[in-house]
Ligand binder design. Sequence first.
Ligand code: NIG
Ligand code: FE
Length: 421
Amino acid sequence: MRADWLIHSADEVLCLTEAPQRGAALGTLNVVAQGALAVRDGQIVEVGPSAELRRRHRAARETDATGCVLMPGFVDPHTHAMWIGDRALEFEQRIAGRTYSEILAGGGGILSTVDQTRAATVAELVEATRPRLRRMLAHGTTTCEIKTGYGLEPESELRMLEAIARLRRSMPMNIQATFLPAHAVPREHAAKPDAYVDEIVEHMLPRAITRWRELCGEQAPLFVDVFCEKGAFTLAQSRRIFERARALGYRLKIHADEFENLGGARLAVELGAASADHLVATSKAEIAALGTSSTVAVALPGTPFGLAQAAYTPARAMIEAGATLALASDFNPGTSPCESMQMAIALACRYMRLTPAEAIAAATINAAAALGLADRVGSLTPGKQADVIALAIPSYRHLGYRYGTNLVKWVMRGGKRVGRG
Ligand code: NIG
Ligand code: FE
């Protein structure tokens, strides 16, 4: 059989073919020891024992992966990777004892990033974001989501969407976009938040999806997200935004229960959202509801870690309830200034008590499900896009166990090597 590329002699190949991995099925890695992988025309054609594949395939290029684990590239289904400036001073204020919510209520936090992001052109947004995406790639992330949400007025939010569309075309990554005008109530609407919700529902949602389709084609999906939280948007406001967005053809995501429970997870299940994210203060009844729904529960352990908070997503209860659990970085300048899914895995193992195998599945195939991409990426399955990473470790058990250094040796996206190595 002809292949463009044969990668052989890997200590382990993690196939993760079962998708999505609900409840106790989480962590089904389908490990091939002494494995190989054949790639043709940007797709995976076969995965199996090295000795067999070397006999069967004549490949133009061969790579020896001795001493490495091969696995699907990480999928990061929740990022705010596009912003201008930084929040280093706010970090010091939090060290001194101010909380994230107090800083936001005082007009800082997200709103200080909004001031800087509003002033940027599309080209400036693209160039500020590109190096962050390169670092994500270098850390093994081949698919990610990027949210708007630092414009909070029509023109700036549309500039963010346009910048995401440009990166989608120019970066060797799969990029999904999420429209998040309901990330915070902008200062000019502070006295009348409902007037801002009116503007979102009546003007911003229809304009954004029309623009997105002009930029990326009729078929390109667009998600909408709402920060449903005290000090941000109420449950009733969230419902209004989602119902309108759904009618316009958006898929739904929600920031729910990051600090307090407003009922956002239940709303996500009721409306058939693709995912509900954060889920720290989620109730038992809502965990049970997630357990029987197709809404993916996305945990973001970088956020409580970034805020030095004790409470994390109750992942074991979610797994027990049968939920589809995924992991994401929540990469953003305020709560989680870290682009590494390896770090998210290390935190999930310690604070959410996931095994490395569970965390790996949550960061690949289940994360792909949270973006509606489980048929294209997230596993090493013949026919899927050849998004493959090699980690310089002898066993998958070293992911999560080790942290603080980049374990990625090389990254392949769509059958081509990218990033370092
Ligand atoms: O997911 N909570 C809302 N959004 C982000 C933080 C964004 C920011 O602080 O800039 C989050 O934690
Ligand atoms: Fe977020």
